[in-house]
Design a protein around this ligand. Structure first.
Ligand code: AHG
Ligand code: MN
Ligand code: MN
Length: 344
């Protein structure tokens, strides 16, 4: 009977994402309803992409699209499709003045030279994160990051609107297309997770006030690159593996940042994508991946660092720049920093 009780509890918690957005609108610092509309548009795009991801084995969307993105990576068909769906949805609803995407060479300006357009937000997205997992039916995600433009409304957006440090984010979130589909986001007032009921196409608040445990027992890193890592990172990995106190930790690496992050936030852990002798700044992109995840992590009592400084304080210099990334339970990230900083 215990499981029935649990089931009842879940069904009683029936706040929908739509209701939550409306209820919380007044808590935004500059509330005008525009940010709510924007999050609603992301909610819609998430459902559309979810639909495509779920039927991926049945229609012709698996495999490479035959093109490369600006970073020289092969684009998968779902990368392109997710990119198009998010951009279309945001463009059609005319609620942002600019979009930058991991899959686009340059930022897109939306009617922002029309003085009647008063939209003040720009969105940055990684439309499909973990694309190497698409063809093998493993969880993938979408990451988004929202800023207020710094140039005046009614004028064309410029690069500087996108190159703001992460601590200027107004909202950030991710969608995880996993065993269930979830939308997790923050507007700077904690982190909340919503699970999609696919039968009726509605997201319900299932994970209110998500928080990283202070410490954990999971480390997530691509150990195939071990020999190329800086000595401090190698030492930290050995520390994780050492039998002492609550160690050894266990290793879990999905290869989708969103999925690895999500698991670590629930269970406690650290995600690492260090620089290496083959990738001088690691692989992850500051604007589309690290900043939004760092904002969510900090809002969930976690920590995000490049090994030396807080991710959110880095001043970006180009749209597609990469940065080493250490993110997760605060005590673990602090420990990793200690090892790394012994070397410079
Ligand atoms: P994307 O699919 O958007 O290019 O991102 C993939 C990223 C990240 O999600 C993942 O953790 C990492 O790349 C995996 O890289 P490796 O295969 O080098 O471990
Ligand atoms: Mn990614
Ligand atoms: Mn991607």
């Amino acid at each position: 009977m215990v499981h029935n009780v649990h089931f009842e509890m879940m069904t009683k918690k029936n706040t929908t994402l739509g209701e939550f957005i409306i209820e919380n609108q007044n808590s935004f610092q500059y509330s005008s309803g525009e940010l709510s509309k924007l999050i609603n548009a992301i909610r819609l795009a998430a459902k559309v992409v979810n639909h495509e991801v779920n039927k991926a084995g049945l229609i012709d969307v698996l495999g490479a699209a035959g093109d490369t993105n600006i970073q020289g990576e092969d684009q998968q068909k779902l990368d392109v499709l997710a990119n198009d769906k998010f951009i279309q949805t945001l463009k059609n609803r005319e609620i942002v003045c600019g979009i930058a995407s991991e899959e686009e060479d340059d930022f897109i300006s939306i009617n922002s030279n029309d003085e009647n357009h008063q939209n003040k937000y720009v969105v940055l997205i990684d439309p499909l994160d973990g694309s190497s997992n698409i063809d093998v039916n493993v969880s993938v995600g979408t990451i988004f990051s929202i800023y207020r433009r710094i140039t005046p409304v009614g004028t064309p957006v410029t690069l500087e609107d996108f190159l703001q440090p992460g601590d200027q984010q107004v909202a950030a979130g991710y969608i995880i297309y996993g065993t269930s589909t979830m939308l997790v986001y923050t507007t700077g007032d904690g982190v909340n997770g919503f699970t999609l009921n696919p039968a009726i196409g509605t997201f319900y608040l299932s994970h209110p006030n998500m928080q990283f445990p202070k410490t954990g027992k999971i480390y997530s890193v691509n150990e195939g690159n071990y020999t190329h890592f800086p000595q401090g990172v190698k030492d930290y990995i050995k520390h994780c593996q050492k039998e002492e106190g609550d160690r050894p930790y266990t290793s879990r690496y999905i290869g989708s940042l969103v999925s690895d992050f999500h698991r670590n936030m629930i269970k406690g852990g650290i995600y690492m994508y260090p620089k290496s002798s083959i990738a001088s700044n690691g692989k992850l992109r500051l604007l589309y991946e690290c900043n939004p995840m760092a904002f969510i992590a900090e809002q969930a009592q976690g920590k995000a660092s490049d090994g030396h400084q807080r991710i959110l304080e880095i001043k970006p210099t180009e749209l597609h720049e990469r940065v080493p990334f250490f993110c997760g339970s605060t005590a673990m990230v602090t420990k990793a920093e200690e090892f790394i900083q012994k070397y410079h």
